[in-house]
Design a protein around this ligand. Structure first.
Ligand code: HSE
Length: 353
């Protein structure tokens, strides 16, 4: 049985949900997955940072109602968030990066990933910034340091898309995809269909933990654009940058548009897509589309996401599942750790043979 020491960077909804899972499920994981997780450090802009080589009690971390700088009161703690020290010096095997997504340059999360990988620590992240904007560099860094860089939760939270497509669609010849890739905007469109106004629907999505810190990214399509870049680069072998993906969100959709669509037996959905062109280039786009009710994506409701993968040998395959939410996204981190554990176990078996 393996114990992985982990350092949590960011202690907002997602990493807090992971700590909650650790508090309740470590014994189950030990039995079913062959490892348990031990939190040896946490750093958070609001709460401060703490390093505890023997491990912090996950239940206490989750249940204590820390005030601003509250980690300063813990043994090994400081009221300041010193991410660099935590990442470079905590005795962690895995750094769990779940800070906010910066869609411009991915910082400070890109630096967090760099520091971790350079010091030989694996990185698992739900942060779209480093994956959309610096994946090539970070993958190379991981390889050079015999570490893993895993990011399943950057698209569709814990619903398996990236790893599943890479593992199970190898040879199927991916030609493109189209999907509902933002839970908040899909939730908002649904609530508007029920008669709610735009602002109240966005506020509900925030309260439920779906929306980004700044929901502009959700409703203006910027969040979907990053996800289109990630999927296009991962599944279609593209090298897209966000500014190359045309982008229109849902803020211009009125109650009148919603009602007109219903009268025409259709629904508005915010669709992110990419297609491989005849010359091998890949074009991505984000825009609201009025889909007929019989379209496979028209019936996807609430914060649920779905993506139809268009392949040469298998035709179109649609994957649907949660696209946002704290526990759902924390599960993505667990699935990344499972992937690391399995790869490590395989490597160890090969080395021993
Ligand atoms: N704000 C995002 C959404 C969360 O609503 O889908 C997951 O990236």
């Amino acid at each position: 049985m393996e114990t992985y020491n982990i350092a949590l960077i960011g202690f907002g909804g997602v990493n807090r949900a992971l700590a909650e899972l650790i508090a309740t499920k470590n014994s189950l994981w030990e039995r079913d997955l062959g490892f348990r997780l031990n939190i040896v450090a946490v750093s958070d802009l609001y709460l401060g940072s703490v390093i505890s080589p023997n491990g912090l009690d996950a239940k206490t971390l989750v249940e204590a109602n820390f005030a601003k700088g509250g980690f300063g009161g813990l043994s090994g703690g400081s009221a300041e968030a010193d991410n660099a020290t935590v990442i470079n010096t905590a005795p962690a095997d895995i750094v769990v990066e779940a800070t906010f997504t910066n869609p411009k340059d991915g910082e400070p999360a890109v630096s967090h990933c760099r520091w971790a990988l350079k010091s030989g620590k694996h990185v698992v992240t739900t942060n779209k910034g480093p994956v959309a904007l610096a994946a090539q560099e970070l993958k190379a860094l991981a390889k050079a340091n015999r570490a893993h860089f895993e990011y399943e939760g950057s698209v569709m939270s814990g619903t398996p898309v990236i790893r599943m497509a890479k593992n199970c669609f190898a040879g199927a010849e991916m030609k493109g995809f189209e999907g509902i890739l933002n839970g908040t905007s899909n939730f908002v469109l649904g609530r508007m269909e029920s008669g709610l106004d735009f602002a109240s629907a966005v506020a509900e999505a925030q309260a439920l933990g779906y929306a980004e810190a700044d929901p502009t990214a959700d409703v203006e399509g910027f969040d979907v654009r990053l996800k289109v870049v990630i999927l296009a680069n991962e599944l279609l072998g593209a090298n897209l940058q966000p500014e190359k993906v045309s982008c229109q969100g849902i803020s211009g959709i009125s109650r009148f548009d919603i009602e007109a669509a219903a009268t025409a037996n259709s629904r508005w959905k915010l669709i992110g897509s990419a297609v491989r062109n005849a010359d091998g280039t890949v074009t991505g786009s984000v825009s609201p589309r009025q889909l007929p009710l019989e379209h496979p994506l028209a019936g996807v409701n609430g914060a649920t996401n779905a993506v139809s993968l268009n392949t040469e040998l298998l035709g179109s395959v649609t994957v649907t599942g949660p696209g946002a939410g704290r526990t759902e996204t924390a599960y993505a981190l667990l699935s990344d750790i499972v992937a690391i554990h399995r790869a490590q176990s395989g490597n160890l078996a090969k080395e021993a043979a």
